[in-house]
Design a binder for this molecule. Structure first.
Ligand code: ZN
Length: 277
């Protein structure tokens, strides 16, 4: 059911969510207020995502990917969590939420103070060796990339995508970092286009939904398969479903309340109603 008036929507959502343990599914829309563009939203750049097969197949692909990923990460690192991230962290602190499943790779939920975050698409905050499995923190890795490629710091021929893969030209001189343990191939720990969400991650997300009494979807149009599967799980359990998104989503007609608007503002208003009633 969809109510037209925005304030009524919030009231009705708060009523439905009140007294229930809430699980939250977030997408790119919650990070737009932090300056990270929503690539599926209005004015989004046309993307040419690299597949994992391409990444593995030739050094040229890895040069392009890592150069773009490096610039994208710097932009992520310079951004800050917004009021929407903070509102969700507060819901968890107050025991009203059992956790967040996020499709974002920007790490902003953790930086906002949320502790139970299932990042189903991974995170740009870490990289992994494809040969020995060693994980690397991104900050020192970025430092190493900067030292290997001092020229790229001055480069401005790039545009950022929210998955951290910026488009960079003239990357043929980019030096790709190797695993310092075994010399193997490093990959940012994110799910590539066309790759499946790791089963373990999906089950962690699903168990959050299973153990909750309500689901909020914030800032996702639910075009990603893992997202809609989690929503269907909530619907099968017949728990209330509240969707906050600017524009249509794949589950609007099945939501108990659809709030058509920005995620940050709506989450702040919801937090206020849920904590003062
Ligand atoms: Zn290694």
């Amino acid at each position: 059911m969809q109510i037209q008036n925005g304030s009524d929507d919030i009231d009705r959502a708060a009523e439905l969510l009140s007294g229930k343990l809430i699980s939250v599914l977030t997408g790119a829309g919650i990070s737009t207020d932090s300056g990270i563009p929503d690539y599926r939203g209005e004015g989004a750049a046309v993307r040419n995502p690299m597949t994992f097969q391409q990444f593995q197949s030739a050094p040229e692909y890895r040069q392009r990917y890592w150069a773009g990923s490096h610039l994208g990460w710097k932009r992520f690192a310079a951004s800050a969590p917004n009021d929407g991230h903070a509102a969700l962290a507060e819901l968890e602190r107050r025991g009203l939420s059992n956790g967040i499943i996020t499709q974002n790779v920007d790490g902003l939920h953790l930086r906002a103070g949320s502790t139970r975050v299932v990042d189903v698409h991974g995170s740009v905050d870490r990289a992994r060796c494809l040969r020995c499995g060693q994980y690397f923190a991104r900050q020192p890795l970025a430092q190493r990339i900067s030292e290997l490629n001092p020229w790229i710091e001055a480069s401005d021929s790039h545009a950022l995508n929210p998955d951290g893969d910026a488009d960079v030209h003239e990357v043929d001189r980019f030096v790709v970092p190797e695993c310092t343990v075994c010399g193997g191939m490093l990959k940012p720990d994110v799910v590539f286009f066309g790759e499946f969400v790791p089963t373990r991650k999906f089950h962690l997300g699903a168990s959050l939904v299973d153990q909750s009494g309500a689901l909020i979807v914030a800032g996702s149009s639910l075009v990603v398969n893992s997202g809609i599967r989690l929503v269907e799980r909530a619907l099968r359990k017949q728990i209330p479903l509240v969707i906050i998104n600017r524009g249509i989503t794949k589950a609007d007609r099945r939501a108990d309340v659809k709030i058509d608007g920005g995620a940050s503002a709506a989450l702040c208003e919801l937090l206020e109603r849920l904590t003062t009633s």
